[in-house]
Design a protein. Structure first.
Length: 491
């Protein structure tokens, strides 16, 4: 794991040794009770970027960029290596982070200005109101993208930095810290980058290129013939047209711009970490770093984000540290979701978790313990972009990933043998045998999850790119046949 010499001198705590997620940690930390009194409750600093995929930081072993601030948070706490967003769309994912609920539960099922969605309802308990009610001073700086104002959702100090500059977001956060907020406090700082990758053609003319070691996605030359049709439409007729004809040289420039933008966000995060240290607020403070969703970055020959559920899009960085309480140098491979973040912060700070939360506390993993109860699978949702609706659900269980489109078929990947998700086993599904049994088992798991959580996926309608109805829907995929005997588990 790389370390930056400058930031390594800014010690949040002494390193407590490398440990795996399930390994034991010192008895003084294991099972420690979160402070119960208001005066001893931890502060919370929540730092998140926009459109940063799971491997776009140097702590993840990517030599193409240098992110010392993000790395410092990971090094001083726990980095989760399988962290999923609830949905790869900005507004809906942010709603999931703040409420701990799935997008179909909040009603924010995609970006608030896109077909089928709506602003976040202030009546739904979310982080600002939950922590304000518990006596916390609450602040939100930067991109909101949930309709209305953060102040309607319990945040007392607000600056949305609508000019779009990450420097302004950091300036607001630093001023808040220097002013000496009432403690305990919760501060969210929401950065725009690397979302500015949409302007890569202009930005690549403004920065120095050719100095990074870029590893291109193995799937970049895939023709998508065995994939659901919306992926080809996105590539050929929608935002994918911006990269039409791209070869390796063009994709390297795209990724150089993307990593440059991630480093710019990292620099602003570093300024906030320094302000916390300089103002004596770096000790009794939980720091979270994550992103709302990823970026395809050339995987499967696709840019940005679109109607698909590939790893580059649905997995994001996540690191959490708390000096003196959470041991450093930990990585945790347990799959987690951003709906888990609100209940985790409530659990750690002794604040009641609100009713209706779907997420689960990550506290056992943060304490180096194997959770006694955890999900058997991970689910992600997708609805639409702009006027184009393409309802999708993804279920990942162990080595298997199953994806269902509302009208355009299914995908099934054996991630152990096909980690790049190239060979869609559902494209030529046999009538019987192990692959069919796996598909049926995962389909049944998804059906049950949708029934249990009130997900109305089966009633959602896809549209054309301009929002026109497609007409009579094709029937949903056949449910898995019920068999007697012992249930098979994902491996």
């Amino acid at each position: 794991m790389s370390q930056n010499a400058g930031l390594s001198r800014r010690k949040f705590l002494q390193q407590l040794g490398a440990a795996a997620c399930a390994a034991s940690i010192p008895a003084a930390l294991r099972g420690q009770t979160a402070p119960a009194s208001k005066s001893r409750r931890p502060n919370i600093v929540f730092l998140f970027t926009d459109q940063q995929r799971y491997d776009a930081l140097s702590a993840a072993g990517n030599p193409a960029l240098h992110t010392p601030a993000m790395d410092a948070i990971a090094r001083r706490g726990v980095r989760f290596t399988q962290s999923f967003c609830a949905t790869p769309q900005c507004s809906a994912s942010r709603g999931a982070i703040l409420t701990g609920r799935w997008p179909h539960s909040t009603g924010v099922i995609t970006n608030i200005d896109a077909i089928g969605s709506k602003p976040l309802d202030p009546a739904i308990p979310s982080a600002g109101k939950v922590f304000s009610a518990a006596g916390y001073d609450t602040a939100y700086f930067g991109k909101w993208h949930l309709g209305g104002s953060p102040s309607a959702h319990g945040f007392q100090t607000v600056n949305e930095a609508k000019g779009g500059e990450d420097k302004l977001v950091a300036d607001c956060a630093i001023e808040y810290v220097r002013r000496g907020p009432q403690q305990p406090f919760v501060m969210f700082a929401s950065f725009i980058n690397p979302h500015d990758i949409y302007g890569f053609q202009k930005i690549q003319k403004q920065i120095e290129l050719g100095k990074r070691t870029i590893a291109l996605p193995e799937s970049r030359r895939e023709d998508l013939r065995a994939k659901p049709e919306p992926q080809r439409i996105y590539r050929d007729e929608d935002q994918g047209a911006a990269v039409k004809g791209f070869g390796d040289a063009e994709w390297r420039r795209y990724l150089e711009v993307y990593y440059h933008l991630a480093e710019r966000a990292d620099a602003e995060i570093g300024r906030i970490l320094e302000a916390l240290r300089d103002n004596g607020l770096d000790q009794n403070t939980i720091i979270v770093f994550t992103s709302d969703h990823g970026d395809l970055g050339g995987a499967h020959g696709l840019p940005f984000k679109g109607p698909c559920m590939y790893r580059e899009l649905v997995e994001v960085p996540l690191a959490i540290c708390w000096p003196g309480v959470i041991a450093g140098e930990q990585t945790c491979p347990v799959p987690v979701s951003n709906v888990d973040l609100l209940p985790t912060l409530c659990d750690l700070s002794g604040v009641p978790i609100p009713d209706g939360v779907a997420g689960m506390s990550l506290r056992p993993m943060l304490e180096g313990r194997k959770p006694e109860r955890w999900r058997e699978f991970m689910v992600c949702e997708y609805h639409s972009k702009q006027r184009w609706a393409n309802p999708i659900r993804m279920l990942q269980a162990g080595r298997w990933k199953y994806v269902r489109y509302r009208r355009f078929g299914e995908e099934l990947y054996d991630l152990e043998n096909d980690p790049c998700e190239i060979n869609n086993l559902a494209a030529d599904l046999p009538a019987s045998g192990p692959v069919r049994e796996t598909r049926d088992r995962l389909a049944a798991m998804l059906d049950k999850w949708m029934e249990q959580t009130g997900d109305n996926f089966a009633q959602l309608e896809p549209t054309t790119r301009d929002g026109s109805p497609l007409g009579t829907l094709a029937p949903a995929p056949a449910p898995a046949p019920k068999k007697a005997g012992k249930k098979r588990r994902a491996t």
